[in-house]
Ligand binder design. Structure first.
Ligand code: 6GU
Length: 224
């Protein structure tokens, strides 16, 4: 998989991809993540990337020219399966979307800022608009990092048996059951007896029941 991220703040995205699982996925050649600074494609001498909005009103709008120039350049180099725009008014990301995106080859992700991008970018280039929840971030970068992390960890070979995505919360529309490790007792707080029993049928049944109980209490919306 190849992911191209279009941003005004590439430095915001250096951290999330340079450690742990995301770092290893890149080192193993399972994903290539390329950062592009939209400002490098500004066509005027002041390197402006935004402008006042037509019709008046507070807040700047990201200009069409630099973004169009950058997208055109990338599209001339390869085909993209999706050109994603990160925006709070997009469709809210869920595990099903992550699973779908993990099957694609080339993804482009545009991070919004200010009041958003000129609507013509959305009309003519964007194929998918994603939000990560009902709250507003200063820009799309942190949301893009969420999308990339949640998708890349699903690529074959990224996770091993111990970190397998198959037992994640949401993968079967259930939250995960509680987990414990040694010691069996701490401050008088005991690990549930069944987990120490060695009876794997019983353990599986307990986990299923706990997952269902947790989902019913915390996220009943997942059950319908
Ligand atoms: Cl994708 N962008 C911004 N700026 N805020 C958000 C978001 C995206 N998703 C939730 N809030």
């Amino acid at each position: 998989m190849r992911i191209d991220i279009l941003t005004l703040l590439p430095e915001l995205l250096e951290g999330p991809f340079s450690a742990s699982i995301m770092k290893r996925a890149q080192e193993k050649g399972l994903v290539e993540i390329h950062m592009h600074n939209i400002r490098d494609y500004s066509t005027n001498k002041h390197k402006n990337v935004d402008d006042y909005q037509y019709g008046g009103g507070a807040g700047m709008v990201m200009s069409i020219e630099p973004i169009a120039a950058l997208i055109d350049k990338l599209k001339a180099e390869r085909d993209y399966d999706e050109i994603i725009y990160m925006t709070p008014d997009g469709e809210v990301l869920d595990q099903g979307d992550c699973n779908d995106l993990s099957l694609k080859g080339n993804l482009m992700i545009l991070c919004g800022h200010y009041k958003g991008v000129d609507e013509r970018i959305r009309e003519h280039y964007i194929t998918k608009e994603i939000s990560i929840g009902s709250y507003v971030l200063s820009g799309g970068e942190l949301a893009a990092a969420v999308v990339v992390d949640s998708v890349v960890r699903l690529l074959p070979g990224v996770l091993n048996d111990e970190t397998s995505a198959l037992t994640d919360s949401f993968q079967d529309n259930l939250l995960s059951p509680p987990v414990y490790t040694r010691p069996p007792e701490f401050n008088g707080w005991k690990v549930p007896e069944v987990l120490l029993s060695g009876d794997f049928k019983k353990i599986d049944a307990w986990r299923e029941e706990q997952a269902l109980d947790r989902t019913t209490k915390r996220r009943p919306d997942l059950l319908y």
